[in-house]
Design a protein around this ligand. Sequence first.
Ligand code: PYC
Length: 327
Amino acid sequence: MTALRIAFVDSHTEGEPTRVVTGGCQIPPGATVAERARAFDRDWHWLRGAVVDEPRGSDVLVGALLVPPSDPAAHVGVIFFNAVGALGMCGHGTIGLARTLVHLGRAQPGELRIETPAGTVAATVPADDPHAVTVGNVRSWVERQDVELRLEDGRTVHGDVAWGGNGFLLVHDHGERVELSNLESLTRTAWMCRRALERAGQATVADRTVDHVELESAPGDLRNHGRAFVLCPGGAYDRSPCGTGTSAKLACLAARGRLAPDTPWRQESVIGSVFEASYRAAPEGGVLPIITGRAWITGEGTLIVDSADPYRHGIPIAQRAQGARTP
Ligand code: PYC
């Protein structure tokens, strides 16, 4: 019997968990972080499953694997991953990662530049409050507006397709209550929207799959400006307001002339947690989002991946109740 011992630090960002792998495993090959992420998706499902799938993790968990950056301006590279595979970027994960690196003493408060598969982002950790991290995200833009979608239950909805570091469909006329008490119905409707986009042949942006769905609504708290239920690629919903989703939302607002540069936008999650956001206009078009959220360390330890354990590489999502999550 042999066992791999993977060191990790867990945190949550406005309710959404991140597990940073801090040592104990090799990393996928590649000249850039994007190339390493492709190798991770192709050949490293075992590591993804060992770190974030049950029985060591859960559908909600986002993993973060530290890798060397290729961008000379970046301090560190990271591959974010979930129950399905590598993400392009992850806003809540970047906040959790920056908080974790400062917690470990591997970074000082101040600006940290992080190379992700979607590009290099900046995370700023204030010296006087290391929980509140501000992320300067990758350029975000709207690809298509008001796409009409016919859902399997007969409803017609409209959505914008946008890039925020991941591909998003943002739907506003879904008719759902965006509340915790309505999670099952929100999840069902979001899946229907995603499938309808796929049937319409419109489910790509920046050569990536549109695999996140935002069901938007008015905020629950009138100090905030918007609220969304965000369905992640594996079927879990984002407990945080979703950093890449908020970035996509800023791009949609800017494209419709509904939010000026440098104007605050407070985005609520379905649990009521908040990201403070704003944007600057990107010279190439679209927006450069700035997102602030709080992260808290929740644990640290060692994952033991025993060679004799039949579930050492996780219980694959396809073998769980996929039918139940994709009604
Ligand atoms: O915060 O960007 C985000 C995110 C993506 C998936 C889960 N969280």
